[in-house]
Design a protein around this ligand. Structure first.
Ligand SMILES: [Zn+2]
Length: 199
């Protein structure tokens, strides 16, 4: 019976350590390039004691791997991705896919980024449509009145009435300091009440 000097040592059967340039017997097992999946168990690579320690410590483990592969390799379900995929577009309530829909962290990140871009594009398109309701001069008038681009005619009238009261000298104790502001409000309203958006 062979004497095992170290726990985990296997009979090398003549295998050499697979560390580049090492000619020691490959007596220690480490996960190989192919990982376990439905297709079967993963393969192994074999190292000498020194190099299996380096390998286990992560030394150069990721060398030559793309960032995506590294992220994949660190996933707890690495090797199961192809059988675990469950994402269906449009499934998520908020429009952004949920982490749980993905087996692959990188895919989830990319998908969420794409969803963010789609949402942002949608917001910009909405802003442009709102912009198109008013001419640049009308948009300036809306700013004077403190109104948003989605304002309706009733809100415009109510805001105008309130600002008239606020800035009119007869209604604020004869304070004429607001005269300039009042003039701007009146001009803004005169422009906006004729705006095509309210026609
Ligand atoms: Zn070695």
């Amino acid at each position: 019976m062979r004497q095992h000097r170290f726990h985990g040592r296997f009979d090398s059967g003549g295998r050499e350590c697979s560390w580049p340039g090492c000619e020691e017997a490959g007596e220690f097992r480490a996960p190989g390039a192919r990982t376990s999946s439905f297709d079967g168990p993963g393969d192994y690579r074999w190292f000498c004691l020194e190099h299996v320690r380096k390998f286990n410590a992560g030394y150069d483990y990721f060398e030559g791997m793309a960032a995506e592969e590294i992220l994949r390799a660190q996933s707890p379900i690495y090797g199961w991705e192809n059988t675990a995929r469950a994402f269906r577009p449009g499934e998520a309530v908020d429009g952004a896919p949920h982490w749980a829909n993905f087996s692959d962290p990188l895919e989830a990140i990319q998908s969420r980024a794409r969803a963010h871009v789609r949402r942002r594009r949608g917001e910009m398109a909405e802003e442009m449509r709102a912009d198109a309701r008013f001419t640049p001069a009308e948009r300036g008038a809306l700013r004077v009145l403190g109104l948003e681009l989605d304002v309706d005619a009733k809100t415009l009238r109510m805001r105008y009435t309130r600002l008239l009261r606020q800035y009119h000298p007869d209604q604020n104790g004869g304070d004429h300091g607001h005269a300039e502001k009042l003039q701007q409000v009146v001009e803004a309203y005169q422009l906006l009440k004729k705006a095509a958006a309210f026609g």
